[in-house]
Design a protein around this ligand. Structure first.
Ligand SMILES: Cc1ncc(COP(=O)(O)O)c(C=O)c1O
Length: 399
């Protein structure tokens, strides 16, 4: 039997999908599941994007330019400029989702054995992408008690070695919902320059910011023009996860030219999805306003319902559409499986994402789950009432 690679064997399973077989089984038994585990928005994709796919006059579904369609890159550059991020179309590579932008970034700036420092809890696929490039993820732990703010800079500095290539942040954060302040970004900028490191900033949730706060991109730090790499995506912004369009943005020409070689090797991002993404950029401001207002109201519902449950701790997220919730259980994976396997309220239950998979420090986050608030307010209320009843029952059985 030919042998699978060590790299293949050590690829982690998605913590978000790990419980899927239990969910499938519960569904087969006729249970309805409220999915709090996955960041698939239920908001409608803009009609402009859908119409652009339906009404185009394409005769040949050809490859596009490896960097992406030029008109899309120009419109995207205009979008950033409107948000005080001064980039040109030449600073942008269109990728197959933000995921591919992360893979190209790691491929372009790291060698096997290099290290990337990442505040944890982090988007679990960072670990998978690092694994593909044989890169070591070095975690620096952030905590619920201060809302998962940027850990002290000295915590980063003590982890820097000759192998450190980059610091990777997610702003606003999945899974934390934390929005880094301008001051925190500037602190990161200082160590990036001092130690000559890249800062990779995953800004796929950049529009999802609440309470009149504003997003500050690392690309707004002029001194970082050679150090900053931004990852973006249409997946969440326009509820276009299935389009598979993202972008890698950097003013560092060497980074773009290197990533371009990866882009050329995979030939082209998907054509129809680029057409849809270009049209999505034409949506009126009201689309963003209404979407953000909807998520803010869901966040408010979720947090106020969670706060009614005894011994549950949560920090109010300022952005994205996730939060980490601390539960009075010892092992949230066991609890999450039990919810699918053995619990229901009138044939309804909930699916959570155990948070340990978002940490790379062993035995961390075991009493936490990630909740995505991508359900409407009524469903969220129902889902959290099920969580409350489930905890009451579970605690009599297990803790
Ligand atoms: C933080 C973060 N980055 C990147 C991605 C990848 O997004 P996509 O490849 O759909 O653009 C996701 C998807 O959920 C995400 O949450």
């Amino acid at each position: 039997m030919p042998v699978i690679s060590k790299k293949g064997n050590s690829m982690p399973e998605s913590p978000i999908r790990k419980l899927a077989p239990f969910a499938d089984h519960a569904k087969k038994q006729g249970k309805h599941i409220y999915h709090l585990n996955i960041g698939q928005p239920d908001i409608k994709t803009p009609i402009e994007a859908l119409d652009a796919v339906k009404n185009n006059a394409l005769e040949i579904m050809a490859y596009s330019h490896s960097a992406g369609i030029e008109s899309l890159r120009i419109k995207l550059a205009n979008y950033y400029t409107k948000h005080n991020i001064l980039v040109s179309s030449n600073d942008i590579l269109i990728t197959t989702g933000g995921s591919e932008a992360l893979i190209f970034t790691m491929g372009s700036i790291t060698d096997p054995g290099d290290e990337i420092i990442v505040p944890e809890p982090f988007y679990a696929n960072y670990y998978s992408f690092a694994q593909q490039s044989n890169v070591k993820v070095v975690p620096v732990t952030s905590t619920l008690d201060n809302g998962f703010a940027l850990p002290p800079i000295k915590d980063f500095e003590t982890l820097i070695t000759p192998k450190t290539k980059a610091i990777l942040i997610c702003n606003p954060g999945n899974p934390t919902g934390y929005l880094y302040s301008k001051k925190e970004i500037q602190e990161l900028a200082r160590i990036a320059i001092k130690h000559d490191l890249f800062i990779i900033s995953d800004e796929v949730y950049r529009e999802f910011v609440y309470d009149d706060m504003s997003h500050y991109s690392i690309l707004q730090e002029e001194q970082l023009s050679n150090h900053a790499i931004v990852v973006d995506s249409v997946s969440k912004r326009y509820s276009m996860c299935g389009a598979r369009i993202g972008a890698l943005i950097s003013k560092n020409k060497e980074v773009i030219n290197t990533a371009m070689k990866f882009a050329q090797a995979r030939l082209s991002p998907p054509l129809l999805a680029q057409i849809a993404s270009e049209a999505a950029l034409e949506v009126p401001e009201t689309y963003y306003k209404e979407t953000i207002a909807e998520y803010k109201s869901r966040r408010d519902t979720l947090i106020s319902e969670l706060k009614k449950i005894p011994n549950v701790k949560v920090a109010t997220p300022q952005g994205a559409f996730y939060c980490i919730v601390e539960l009075p259980v010892l092992d949230s994976e066991h609890f999450s499986q039990w919810l699918l396997d053995q619990f229901d309220v009138n044939q309804e239950t909930i699916m959570l994402a155990p948070a340990a998979g978002f940490y790379s420090t062993p035995n961390t986050g075991k009493n936490q789950v990630r909740i995505a608030y991508v359900l409407n307010n009524n469903d969220l209320k129902k889902a959290i009432s099920i969580l409350k009843l489930a905890l009451e029952k579970y605690l009599t059985l297990w803790n």
